[in-house]
Design a protein. Structure first.
Length: 489
């Protein structure tokens, strides 16, 4: 079955709270998706954001972002008052996430709801039991982080850093209130998420989530299972992740994430990856795995390097990892983010997995990237105009060289850039790709002001873009017409 979807992160939904939430805006957007003929809602990672507010640098691969908890729903549950909800209302910059206000105010108000929640609630107790494999460590990590917000766990006192039993127990007693609060907030997130996901399912919409290939160094993930990563005796990475120099960056990209100890993970029961996939399956109907090529071979750089120039390639777990996923999770719906420089062995691994890869039309307008042009797409792929890491299609067309720009408009049969965006959306939906997903910004024909992220940079407007309202029935009707025309309904 051919399907169509829209890429829009939770944070980008309209709301009065400075960030998109799992409340009214999410339900209205689900209705918009259904009215538009879509059956896929793609989101970015939903964990608590860390450095640079990036969803790809989270304090946990398992936890939900408390910023997404909707205060109005908590009000409906009798846990917040109208006045307390108004304390979180943001009137300015409705088209940008207000991370500063969120950081200063959000937790203290949600804590009021947590204090009023009965811990004897059977549903909450079941949640804690089912998620104990990550929740206990994350709640303790969060509590210590709250006391030492600027300090990496590697610089904590020795007992906490090395997880000595006596030190951990003392910390649990000291931070009991914060730990309880964190667990309850995670329950709030999960309860609101599950209700929204059920609403989507009733309307024939599958939620596609995202698993970043790597985890943040300063995270509960690395602190709780350091043996699953290549760390030295001081529990600091010996090598870190990145990608080599290419046409986009002569110094490469130095991401800084710790590298997995694949020998231990594959010789055991799957280690942290078993848990990461377990939680992802419980959150999402489809799962996009970021930087799939690293399962075949990954680029690593010596810790302390200033650039990624002197890195090296190492062999990844390959087919053994694919076999592990099949054995543990059956035929879950995975999408492989296979963008960038691909070798024959990466292509072989993708073929072996059977997972659909990704094709991004914007890349096809560069010389030497013809595989991303529509006429070269395989059926088993997810086709995009662009992704969260690309400029909007309008912004991209505007940035092309004169020769590339002429080719792009000619290829699309477009008269100008605005027409080019609309024809690109139409072309991707009409491609042979089994799945076609369009970023919301391209449906709205936005320029660079709608860009979600500029890779290799932090701060600025990264991860801040939001819709000010749900698009009109005219927009949904036009999109539905295209989905019907190209057999995606």
């Amino acid at each position: 079955m051919r399907q169509a979807g829209i890429l829009l992160h939770i944070s980008s939904l309209p709301s009065k709270y400075g960030i998109g939430t799992l409340g009214e805006g999410a339900y209205r957007f689900a209705d918009f998706l259904a009215d538009s003929g879509c059956s896929i809602w793609q989101v970015l990672p939903v964990g608590p954001t860390g450095f640079g507010d990036s969803p790809y640098q989270s304090f946990s691969s398992f936890a939900g972002n408390p910023y997404f908890i909707d205060p109005d729903i908590l009000n409906g549950w009798g846990l917040l008052t109208d006045d307390e909800c108004r304390m979180l209302t943001v009137s300015e910059n409705k088209n940008k996430v207000d991370y500063g206000t969120l950081y200063r105010q959000w937790r203290s108000v949600l804590a009021l709801a947590a204090d009023r929640f009965p811990v004897s609630d059977a549903e909450y107790e079941a949640f804690c039991c089912e998620n104990a494999y990550w929740l206990e460590d994350y709640a303790l990590f969060d509590a210590i982080k709250n006391e030492l917000p600027e300090v990496s766990w590697q610089d904590w006192d020795r007992g906490l850093k090395y997880r000595e039993a006596e030190a951990l127990e003392a910390a649990r007693e000291k931070h009991a209130k914060r730990i309880r609060e964190t667990k309850i907030l995670q329950f709030f997130f999960r309860r609101q998420w599950d209700i929204l996901r059920s609403y989507c399912r009733e309307r024939g919409i599958s939620v596609m989530g995202d698993i970043p290939i790597y985890v943040a160094e300063d995270s509960a993930d690395v602190w709780s299972v350091p043996e699953d990563f290549l760390l030295d005796r001081d529990l600091r990475p010996t090598v870190v992740a990145g990608c080599p120099p290419d046409g986009f960056s002569e110094l490469g990209q130095l991401w800084g994430n710790p590298i997995y100890n694949w020998n231990r993970i594959m010789d055991g029961d799957g280690g942290i990856w078993k848990g990461r996939l377990r939680i992802a399956v419980s959150y999402f109907d489809m799962i996009r795995i970021d930087h799939f090529r690293a399962f075949d071979s990954y680029y690593c750089i010596q810790r302390g390097s200033d650039t990624a120039v002197d890195g090296r390639w190492e062999i990844g777990p390959g087919r053994e990892f694919i076999d592990f996923i099949r054995r543990e999770f059956g035929n879950i719906k995975l999408v492989a983010e296979d963008l960038g420089f691909l070798t024959d062995s990466v292509r072989d691994l993708l073929s072996y997995s059977g997972y659909p890869g990704m094709k991004v039309l914007e890349f096809g307008f560069y010389k030497g990237a013809e595989e991303y042009l529509l006429h070269n797409y395989p059926v088993n792929c997810v086709a995009y105009t662009g992704t969260h890491d690309n400029d909007t299609m309008f912004g991209h067309l505007s940035s092309l060289s004169s020769e590339e720009h002429d080719f792009a408009l000619n290829y699309l049969g477009a008269s100008d850039d605005t027409d080019g965006v609309q024809r690109a959306v139409r072309a991707v939906l009409g491609s042979v790709a089994k799945y076609a997903v369009i970023p919301m910004q391209d449906i709205l024909v936005l320029g660079t002001e709608g860009r979600m992220n500029l890779p290799g940079t932090t701060g600025g407007d990264n991860w801040r873009w939001r819709m000010t309202d749900i698009p009109s029935q005219e927009v949904s009707g036009n999109f539905r017409h295209l989905c019907s025309l190209y057999g995606r309904i």
